[in-house]
Write a protein that binds this ligand. Structure first.
Ligand code: F6P
Length: 468
């Protein structure tokens, strides 16, 4: 049996794995031989060219260090100040410094040089996310002939946004060096197809040379990621979750909880969400004192100016809502800038009457899946979901909103709060069935089955694009 090699920017740390993705990929490596490769989290002046191999809680992990300058150009620079905003259609928040691209490629080449000596010829290499788009090109230039798959966890941009990215043609050519490219949603595959069908050298800009891209050996398909909803159901009934529920019930009394849980990221639509909540309270005075909004927003990528600014914006907006509606004995919202463990979050999800998941654009959004998994089947909460999250393709029974339209979100919030129990149960039943159908274990195994030689489907056309 082939070994599986998982490559990502961050590697799983010691202790309980934080996210469902890490848990699922650990399971893959528990069932099948292989290892995980990535950045160690350490910055040094003179990193060793060879990876350090460690056993981390039974998982074989190979890691390299990076220099501070390379890491800055690769991670905060090209990945998170150019690719992230552009792929999320926030070109207004992109900062372009041309030397970052060199650092991005340097780090991908460094990954490849350290990984290549560890590879056996029939290893299957599964590369994760936008930090590592050029990795297949770099590995192949060192002679690696392995099957290689790439999974994009974030949305694929529209053609116009893609054209705004420096070196986008090279990046697309890098994607063509993989055997399989997986995306979250059908809309992402469609955007990719649009580019692949219409890309022309003349659109690459005056200073960029034409780049030949041949997707004939690359299969593109949507593999929507999921969670483990039954594990969340168990977690939500665990002692740690129950403790959180009791603590919160003491504070909330009979107010209904409207809950948001997101990294503090401008793609999550947090200012629009607070504005929608403000409109809910303004338009429906009867609801004041009967609801409380809790936004959990752990800081993220805070060396980047745009991430600091979104924190400041949210501070000001929450202050405004407090000033407008708070009473000495009633507080309309709480905003917590710290991370909680999964058991506490599962408790909060279960307690919430409304899960407010309204990103402006998102690859999938696993909070939506985890919220659904954590509900009490007898008294489930309502999911208010952005139609621009990949999860919108999975969860048509959520109350879907345009997150830019805060009137619409405010009205969906009112509907969620007024929704009768029968309708809540019916909608939740359908959501839970969908979350189970799209669980994370099946996601990992379907990607790997498609990628491994025995399971690969025959190539029928020049560019084989599959919609799942
Ligand atoms: O959603 C994309 C993603 O890169 C995830 O893989 C990751 O968990 C999250 O964003 C946080 O990103 P970072 O590693 O930059 O903190």
């Amino acid at each position: 049996m082939s070994r599986i090699v998982i490559v990502s920017n961050r590697t799983p740390g010691k202790g309980p794995a934080a996210g469902g993705l890490a848990v699922a990929l650990r399971k893959v490596l528990a069932d099948q031989e292989g290892f995980w490769f990535g950045w160690s989290g350490k910055l040094t002046d003179d990193p060793s060219p060879e990876a350090r191999i460690e056993d981390i809680d039974g998982l074989s992990v190979a890691q390299i260090d990076l220099t501070r300058d390379d890491h800055h150009a690769y991670y905060a620079g090209f990945s998170n100040s150019i690719l992230w905003p552009s792929f999320h259609l926030r070109l207004d928040l992109a900062t372009i410094e041309s030397h970052w691209y060199e650092g991005y490629r340097r780090v991908n080449a460094q990954f490849a040089r350290a990984l290549k000596p560890l590879l056996k010829p029939d290893d299957i290499v599964w590369v994760h996310d936008y930090h590592l788009i050029p990795l297949a090109t770099e590995l192949r230039s060192l002679g690696a002939r392995n099957r290689m798959g790439f999974y994009l966890h974030i949305p694929f941009p529209t053609a116009d946004a893609l054209y705004a990215i420096p070196h986008h043609a090279e990046l697309m050519r890098d994607l063509s060096r993989y055997d399989l490219v997986g995306m979250q949603a059908n809309r992402d595959v469609a955007a990719f197809t649009e580019f692949a069908d219409h890309q022309a050298p003349s659109t690459f800009g005056a200073t960029q040379a034409a780049v030949d891209i041949d997707f004939s050996g690359t299969e593109i398909a949507a593999f929507p990621i999921g969670s483990d909803p039954d594990a969340f159901a168990r977690l939500a009934a665990s002692p740690a979750a129950t403790k959180m529920i009791h603590r919160m019930r003491r504070v909330l009394a009979d107010q209904r909880l409207v809950l948001g849980v997101d990294r503090l990221d401008y793609s999550k639509g947090l200012p629009q969400r607070v504005e929608a909540y403000e409109k809910l309270l303004a338009n429906n005075p009867r609801l004041r004192r009967t609801v409380h909004m809790l936004q959990v927003a752990p800081p993220s990528r805070d060396s980047i100016k745009e991430y600091q600014e979104i924190g400041d914006t949210l501070d000001a907006m929450c202050g405004r809502v407090m000033g407008r509606f708070a009473e000495p004995d009633w507080q309309p919202l709480t905003y917590v800038k710290r991370a909680y463990g999964q058991p506490s979050l599962a408790g909060l999800y279960r307690l919430a009457r409304v899960g407010l998941v309204t990103p402006l654009r998102d690859g999938m959004n696993l909070v939506a899946h985890e919220f659904v998994g954590s509900q009490d089947p007898q008294d489930p909460g309502v999911l208010v979901l952005s139609r621009f999250a990949g999860a919108a393709e999975i969860f048509p029974e959520a109350l879907q909103v345009n997150p830019f339209d805060t009137d619409e979100t405010a009205e969906a919030l009112r509907m969620a709060l007024d929704m009768p129990l029968d309708e809540r149960r019916e909608r939740w039943g359908a959501l839970m069935a969908a979350a189970r159908r799209h669980n994370v274990d099946d996601w990992a195994s379907s990607f790997l089955q498609r990628l491994s030689p025995g399971m690969a489907s025959p190539k029928t056309s020049k560019r084989d694009i599959l919609y799942l």
